[in-house]
Write a new protein. Sequence first.
Length: 236
Amino acid sequence: MDPLKRFESEHYYFCYHENSPAERDLAAIAAEQEACFRYICGVLKVQPDFKLTYFLCNTPEEVGAFYGDNEPCNGFARVPDKVYAVYNEKVKCIGFHEDAHLISYLINRPESPAVREGLAMYFDSKWWGISNRDWTGYFLKSGRYIGIGELLDEERFFAADCSITYPIVGAFTAWLISVYGIGRYLDFYKIGNAAIGFADVYGKSPEKLNDEFVSYVRLFRNDRVLENRMEELLLN
């Protein structure tokens, strides 16, 4: 592998291949990540005392090699400060998601992956360009929806398709924050066990919160064109 070049911005180091799409778009990448960083820190009310390092890779195979299992992957975060991400002509795996993981872990790293991914997906707000809430509504209509109580189980969460689980937990997190406020959500995030956190902070079980969330999502209807597009994306 050729040696990587490095560029430094206010809160990041970016490592990239010479003459790569990442090098060509470096100024725009840095500007986008700096904006993400400011927003995440503002919402979570934390400020890292270190810079994040991005390894902008040409292929999923390169990311897999960095991960260590050699399985192709578009991106992952490595605690405490590193992000490995594909950036090429077709895939640009940058934005909020991995940064949100690393920055939120300054508060806590909850046991449940549904909680961790829910917060990252809250910042993303979309999956494949369609809002998390719209996806959740479609999963309810099409019988694919998985309840929050189930998703808190790590094995159940990882056994299901991430194209379903990630938008659901992202929409649920957005609903929690909008209804109950960011302060209570951060109190919840600081508690390692989600079921205990829901009881202590919200006074409700995961199942009760799930019922309230589903009632909210059902208030919205997706049009047929959007639903057809969703089905195409899921099948492909």
